[in-house]
Ligand binder design. Sequence first.
Ligand SMILES: Nc1ncnc2c1ncn2[C@@H]1O[C@H](COP(=O)(O)OP(=O)(O)OP(=O)(O)O)[C@@H](O)[C@H]1O
Ligand SMILES: [Mg+2]
Length: 516
Amino acid sequence: MQSFGEMQSMATNIFSAYASVAASMMLYRSMVNDIIPEPVKSFFYSTFNRFFKSFFDRFFGKLSTHMTVVVDEQNGFTRNQIYDAAETYLRTMINPDAERLKANKSSKQKNISLSMEKDQQVVDSYKGFQLKWQFILVEPDGDKGKFQAERRYFELTFEKQNRDIVLNDYLPFVLAKAKEIKENERAVKLYTRDCPFNNDDEDGGGNGGGYWGCVNLDHPVTFDKLAMDPNMKRAIIEDLDRFVRRKDYYRKVGKAWKRGYLLYGPPGTGKSSLIAAMANYLKFDVYDLELTSLYSNSELRRILLCTNNKSILVIEDIDCSAQMHDRERDTQSDHGDSSYTKLTLSGLLNFIDGLWSTCGDERIIIFTTNHKDKLDPALLRPGRMDMHIHMGYCTPAGFDVLASNYLGINDDHRLVPEIKRLIREVEISPAELAEHLMRSEDADLALEGVIDLLKQKEEEKNEMLDDEKMSDDVKENNESDEGVDQGKKRKSGKIMRDLTKFRRRPNRGIGKRKML
Ligand SMILES: Nc1ncnc2c1ncn2[C@@H]1O[C@H](COP(=O)(O)OP(=O)(O)OP(=O)(O)O)[C@@H](O)[C@H]1O
Ligand SMILES: [Mg+2]
């Protein structure tokens, strides 16, 4: 057995032999350079270099305690997933003191990301040992490489004894981590049928052959910004979490990996905002489907089949499905063709339950309505929509969220108790409150404006109650007093008319706001 010193001197001898051979070759090269034709020369040089390189690699490789895994960008004609994952993962590991960095941003990303420069190294540690990543970029070789692409790869170097852990644990860990980073970086998209843009050029999918246009859904709303019942909010978040982690469970019970929500409540109570919060939370794209723009079940099927996984299909104001039945008659008369499949609510529901549910994964469907009572019973039958969520008028707890969100104040502000008292008395939507809270940057002024608004609503409510009481009294008198004169009768009729007029008055100040 040779000692380390002997091995070292042997290596030195071999190295000096290589150096002298290389020097002679240089001399020889310059002598024969002019005589030997180019193709013969290049064959000779490459064979020579390859021979010595593999000899030295093999010799010193045996002595080294480290090993290197090469992760090439390309795997034949396809991309190497480990390379892509390493690139993403290493972005988060780049040394803050690095002198050179590369900055990138694609249309799919929300923020700028950094990547490694040529020959840059990153040291990572995993389960108590260290690994070194190095990014290598080999540019094409002069004229010879005119038609070659540059070669990019990572070298991952670590101690040989950790080989199994690196291959079986560390690399899968890098793959999983990169997936997580990509999900977080990804901009959520809003797809609509009438959008002329398609900001989805990178993966080429998603626009369904032109059926959908899309833009980034840059809606800043998150669950903590939503004024709604805290228990309901928690229940929704838990439901979403359970849904996304139960892939295997859905498979096991033989159910499509889909979830349906029905959001109902008056205008301006946050139904559309809740959808945006769900999309931001799950990083799911949103497909906003306007049913009134469709004329047949087959058209509906085509566009629904062109939606991606991990998405939310939104059908707002589903109570307008009544119009679908009317349209059914219209199209029948227009086409005069009984084989033409008109768009019907049952067509939509059957498709969602049937074919659409068998293709694709992680799909959410959300219907919204201002009038749950007007909905077709088919939509409300048990099992159709998994969760019915009521978005109601603002509560005192909801006001705390709005006040902190819009004015940065909490409930120890002197005007807040009065506002909360009034909110308990009257019906006001978060949208209407939000609009008043934004009217001044001065919290006192904004809150005083809110108090005025609430007092006005309280007054109207009291007036209405008085009118109601009066009309009940008049009715009672009319019934009991047979000899009531005509003048009194006219008066009672007027009160009744006024009251009906008042009741029919639209919810003032609350416009129909479409957010998505
Ligand atoms: N619950 C809420 N929490 C926070 N802000 C809200 C809430 N509800 C409404 N808002 C504010 O009011 C605006 C309009 O609300 P949104 O469009 O979500 O209401 P909606 O229930 O969808 O109304 P519609 O029935 O008219 O579609 C939102 O952009 C948001 O600023
Ligand atoms: Mg809405």
